[in-house]
Structure formats: structure tokens, C-alpha cells
Design a protein around this ligand. Structure first.
Ligand SMILES: C=CC1=C(C)c2cc3[nH]c(cc4nc(cc5[nH]c(cc1n2)c(C)c5CCC(=O)O)C(CCC(=O)O)=C4C)c(C)c3C=C
Ligand SMILES: [Fe+2]
Ligand SMILES: [Fe+2]
Length: 336
């Protein structure tokens, strides 16, 4: 146990602030078995798929987990590097840099742990590591700038699930969104400007966000509104109009309608309409991963070029860049 405070003693060990930096998660390996284990946990989360449990159990175990793992494993193999999954490798660097940057700003000791909502390293391990370091004040920072029940909300569930068995519940701050944080918008704008400087500016800039089912939005999930606000703020920062900078939603899953416009259809239409060059950025993904490297960097590139487009450039995620770490530091400091 971390605390050995005996009765009649008011004195406690020196305490510290613990930051739990979280992301979605990723399989342990780009293999069918590992992807199956990962998808089984992910897709059984009632925040992610809201269908009646019995019906979804049958579809998930009868169809999806028998077909999708092989297909997804092949895609993961395309993006896997010597360091493993890009999402996890970048997460480790983000953790280290954020801890150093925060330690420069705060006098009290501060620890940052990285955790994944699904798979490893788990949220339980991350919270326990902070407790072992005598942290009594916790800040949970899910790397989802735009709030959705499917992501930030689900991360909250996982944190609460662990803490409900603790005798001493820490002082807790949960950062549900930072879609309009000035430092985040500025980091995005700086990344776009640097990209233009190096490669030139395309006719259009597309901001592609991960989608959610349309029914979730109709039932009150603010996610698309957060995406729209990030888009407006970035448009203002870059001084572009509503034709030159547009937004869309990617990665739809299943048969029901998701929030629109869809990224693949938008790029296909642009290619057919004679737009020759596009830059694509994914502001909702703070680390490059399968959905950006493969889906946006490869699949959607082919869609645009096959529809008649000539130049397609993907602007990398903010990852562990200096402006991004500065932005995350700022977001945390505002919650201290
Ligand atoms: C089933 C429905 C899904 C919802 C709703 C959903 C929302 C959502 N996801 C992200 C971020 C990421 N998703 C990633 C992968 C991924 N997403 C889904 C499904 C839903 N996502 C699946 C099945 C997968 C796995 C890959 C596949 O089989 O296609 C990832 C990448 C992980 C990696 O390892 O690289 C991220 C990140 C957000 C932000 C979001 C809602 C706002
Ligand atoms: Fe997803
Ligand atoms: Fe995808």
C-alpha cells in the first residue's frame, strides 16, 4: 500500500500530481490472433456499439470476430514499424516529453503514465503506477481533442471502474475535450503552414475526423459540433474560406448512417470535379495510427487519384512535435 500513515499521525508522505495520458489502444501484434483479442474488447464496449447486447453478441461473435481480424491484421502489418504499433510508439514519446515539459513548469513532483483504453498498457496499470508514486491528485488527459461518448466517455468509465475499488479515491480532474484550446489550434496551424512551406499549398485543405454513427449525435453526443468548432478556428487561423478548407468524417463501420460528409466520397467528388491537388490533415488524431497512415495516407489517396486528382499530400499528426507537447502542457496546466 502506498500510504503508511498510522493512527494519530497527521503527517503524510510527500505527494505528487499524476497525469494519466490515454489513447484508444492498439493490438499487441499485427496478427489475426492479437487483433481479434483487441477488437473483442473494443467492440464489446457498450459506449462504442449501442445495439441491444444480445443482438450485438451474436453479430460480434458470429460474424465480425470471424472476418475482421484477418483483414485488419493485414492493414496493421502495413503500418507496423520496428518500434511496433505507431500509436503506442508515439504515445511513449509523448509521455516522456510531456512529463519533462510539465516538470519544468510545476514545482511539485509530477508523473505522467501512458495508458490505453483497450489492450496494453492498461488504464488499471497506469492508475496503479501513479498511486505507487504517491500521487494524490490525478489528471486524466485522453488524447481526444473532440469529446465523444465513444472515446472520452468510455475512458471515464474505465477510470471509474478502477477507482471504485480504491480505499482512497484521488482528487480527480478529467479532461473531456480541448477542441478549442488556443495552443492546440495554433499547433495545428503551425503544422499546416510548415507543410505548405516545404511542399507548396494545395488547392484545397480537407480536415478529416473519425466518424461516429449519426444516431449517437441525434441522441446528444456533441462530437460533430466539437469537430466543427475546431474546423472553424483552424480556418480562421489559416485565413482560408469555406471552399478551400472543408471537413469530413472517415472510418465508418457497419451499415447504419454515420455523420457526414464522408471523407472517401468527398475526395472522390473533388477528383471528379477537377480539383487537382489536396492536402489532408486529421486534427482528431493526436498520434498517427492505422486510421491516418493507412486509411488516409494510402486508401483515400488512391480514391482521389483514381477519380482524377493529381496531387495528394497527407499532413502528419502532431505526434511528439514541440508545438504539440507545448499545447498538451498548456491544457494540463489549465486544469491544475
Ligand atoms: C465500431 C465503431 C467505432 C466507433 C464508434 C469509433 C469511434 C472512434 N474511434 C476513434 C479513434 C480510433 N479508432 C481506431 C481504430 C478503429 N476504430 C474502430 C471502430 C470504431 N471507432 C475499429 C473497428 C478500429 C480498428 C481498426 C479496424 O479494424 O478498422 C484507431 C486506430 C488504432 C490503431 O491501433 O492504430 C483510433 C485512434 C475516434 C477518435 C472515434 C470517435 C470519435
Ligand atoms: Fe475508431
Ligand atoms: Fe479504418
Amino acid at each position: 500500500m502506498p500510504f503508511t500513515a498510522k493512527q494519530n499521525f497527521e503527517h503524510e508522505q510527500e505527494t505528487c500530481t499524476g497525469i494519466l495520458l490515454t489513447n484508444l489502444g492498439t493490438p499487441d501484434a499485427p496478427t489475426k490472433a492479437a487483433v481479434r483479442t483487441y477488437l473483442k474488447e473494443f467492440l464489446w464496449d457498450p459506449r462504442v456499439v449501442e445495439q441491444p447486447r444480445w443482438l450485438w453478441w451474436l453479430i460480434l461473435n458470429g460474424i465480425i470476430l470471424n472476418t475482421r481480424p484477418a483483414r485488419s491484421a493485414a492493414l496493421y502489418a502495413k503500418v507496423w514499424s520496428d518500434e511496433g504499433s505507431p500509436l503506442l510508439a508515439t504515445g511513449k514519446r509523448q509521455r516522456e516529453k510531456l512529463e519533462s515539459a510539465l516538470q519544468e513548469q510545476i514545482e511539485q513532483p509530477v508523473h505522467v503514465e501512458l495508458a490505453m483504453r483497450y489492450g496494453n498498457p492498461s488504464i488499471r496499470k497506469g492508475l496503479e503506477a501513479l498511486r505507487e508514486k504517491n500521487c494524490t491528485r490525478f489528471i486524466v488527459l485522453p488524447l481526444y481533442p473532440q469529446y465523444s461518448a465513444t472515446t472520452s466517455g468510455s475512458t471515464f468509465d474505465a477510470v471509474a471502474d478502477v477507482l471504485k475499488s480504491w480505499r482512497r479515491v484521488p482528487q480527480l480532474q478529467f479532461i473531456g475535450a480541448y477542441h478549442d484550446a488556443p495552443a492546440y489550434i495554433e499547433a495545428l496551424a503551425e503544422s499546416v503552414r510548415n507543410h505548405w512551406q516545404q511542399h507548396g499549398q494545395a488547392e484545397r485543405l480537407l480536415l478529416s475526423y473519425h466518424g461516429i454513427p449519426e444516431s449517437y449525435f441525434n441522441n446528444g453526443d456533441p462530437y460533430p459540433c466539437h469537430c466543427r468548432k475546431t474546423t472553424r478556428l483552424l480556418r480562421e487561423a489559416l485565413g482560408l474560406d469555406e471552399t478551400r478548407l472543408q471537413m469530413s468524417f472517415q472510418s465508418r463501420f457497419g451499415k447504419e448512417p454515420w455523420v457526414q460528409p464522408y471523407t472517401d466520397e468527398t475526395l472522390e467528388t473533388w477528383g471528379r470535379e477537377g480539383v487537382e491537388s489536396v492536402d489532408v490533415i486529421c486534427p482528431g488524431f493526436p498520434a498517427d495510427c492505422l486510421e491516418t497512415i493507412e486509411e488516409i495516407g494510402m486508401e483515400n489517396r488512391d480514391i482521389f487519384l483514381e477519380a482524377g486528382g493529381k496531387t495528394y499530400r497527407y499532413i502528419p499528426a502532431l505526434n511528439d512535435s514541440e508545438p504539440h507537447i507545448r499545447a498538451l502542457t498548456q491544457v494540463v496546466l489549465e486544469h491544475l
